[in-house]
Design a protein around this ligand. Structure first.
Ligand code: AMP
Ligand code: MG
Length: 397
């Protein structure tokens, strides 16, 4: 048996080496950038007018001039104009190039225009130049984005600005999601009294989908020979297999034996945690990674969010930011296991307060609908006080 910290470190030492692919910018959100992006020109590319108004020379303002004859209009999208007469003004629009010869913009709010002459009405009007200077955001060839960034709409804007209509992103490993158990029937079947419908594979597939990761669903019987056969077939196309069930001490828990028969090397079996103690993890020399999770729905769910999600994001050269929440009421858990407490987290004045959910056994997945995530309570203590902060593993946005 390994600790949660040891299990985490083993999982993170066995990352997947992703390939890359080129996707259209319109499909790139939520994908992980796999190339360095540099500025193809200065940003902004010219001294850009930042307010609608007039452009004048500051010298004229300083000399006390407050009325300026309008000699031209400089619209956005027009080539730069030149202020011909140093005591005149050019009307300028936001986004236009700052006219040559002018060095301050006076906003319409600070002037009154009468008969093609602008009269400046505020003594503070020239305090700010209202010019967005060329290259202040980024100089040509400077690095805008490094590989490993999870692309949000903000980065999509940057990519669009530099003309990246296609962008290189990391590819998730090909994944198979496999349920095991002779008591489990297909969701379209009517279960007999001693049977249940299989839900874990759907939960896992859905959790993966929220990351943008596809998983093909399979089911295997609690029979060693057919399990080996089935896994062999799945391993022909999968780069990672996520199993649920069949890893405990039961008479028909054949998953560890079947995996080892296939040459998948066990890196740990059993983690000192609740739920999820029977968790098995291994890799094959051919590069297959296997997470064999206990079948109890809550264990499966917890292990996905605590181990697999960070593993896959780290493999794609990005990371899942650690989250923390404050325990809202005292809680006790005596066994020396890391306890993943089901909690409902509420944001109270900017503080994430974690309220323990009653019930919450590892099979009690109906409870999960009230829960926002797990609070990770260390194995080293048995009483946990309201007000203490612990790592929080959210599974909702
Ligand atoms: P196991 O880890 O195989 O001993 O399974 C533990 C418990 O989880 C048993 O009650 C199983 O019926 C249940 N279980 C296992 N796999 C699934 C699944 N895919 N969907 C729902 N329940 C499951
Ligand atoms: Mg089973």
């Amino acid at each position: 048996m390994v600790s949660v910290a040891e299990a985490t470190s083993v999982v993170f030492s066995n990352l997947f080496q992703p390939t890359t692919m080129s996707v259209s910018l319109t499909d790139a959100v939520n994908k992980v950038l796999a190339e360095r992006i540099t500025a193809d020109r200065d940003f902004p590319p010219f001294d850009r007018v930042a307010m609608d108004g007039i452009a004048i020379r500051r010298d004229a303002w300083k000399m006390g001039q407050r009325a300026f004859k309008l000699e031209a209009v400089q619209a956005a999208g027009e080539p730069r104009k030149t202020l011909k007469n140093k005591t005149n003004a050019i009307e300028v629009m936001t986004g236009a190039p700052m006219p040559d010869g002018a060095d301050v913009v006076i906003r319409y709010e600070d002037l009154r225009i009468e008969e093609a002459t602008a009269h400046i009405t505020s003594e503070m009007a020239a305090d700010n130049a209202f010019i967005h200077r060329q290259a202040v955001d980024a100089a040509k060839d400077s690095v805008l984005l490094e590989p490993g960034i999870l692309l949000s709409s903000a980065e999509i804007a940057l990519l669009a600005s530099v003309g990246k209509s296609r962008v290189k992103v990391y590819v998730f490993p090909k994944a198979a999601v496999v349920s095991t158990g002779d008591e489990l029937v297909h969701i379209d079947d009517i279960p007999l009294p001693h049977q249940i419908r299989r839900s874990n594979t759907y939960a896992l597939q859905a959790a993966m989908k929220t990351l943008g990761w596809e998983g093909a669903i399979h089911h295997l019987k609690d029979d060693k020979a057919s399990m080996i056969e089935g896994l062999k077939k799945i391993a022909q196309t999968a780069e990672v297999i996520i199993l649920s069930g069949g890893v405990s001490k039961g008479k028909f828990d054949f998953v560890p034996d079947a995996l080892e028969a296939l040459g998948v090397k066990k890196l740990f079996h059993q983690v000192s945690q609740r739920p999820g103690k029977p968790f098995w993890f291994g890799v094959s020399p051919a590069g297959l990674t296997v997470f064999a999770l206990p079948g109890n729905p809550v264990s499966t769910y917890m292990c996905f969010y605590r181990y697999i999600r960070p593993w896959v994001m780290k493999s794609l050269k990005t990371s899942v930011d650690p989250s923390y929440a404050v325990l809202a009421s005292d809680f006790a858990f005596a066994p020396s296991l890391t306890y993943f407490l089901q909690v409902t987290v509420k944001n109270e004045n900017g503080k994430l307060m974690a309220y323990p959910e009653a019930g919450g056994g590892s099979g009690d997945f109906a409870n999960l609908k009230n829960v926002t995530g797990f609070l990770e309570l260390p194995a080293t203590a048995s009483t946990f006080k309201a007000g203490e902060t612990f790592p929080y593993i959210p599974f909702r946005q």
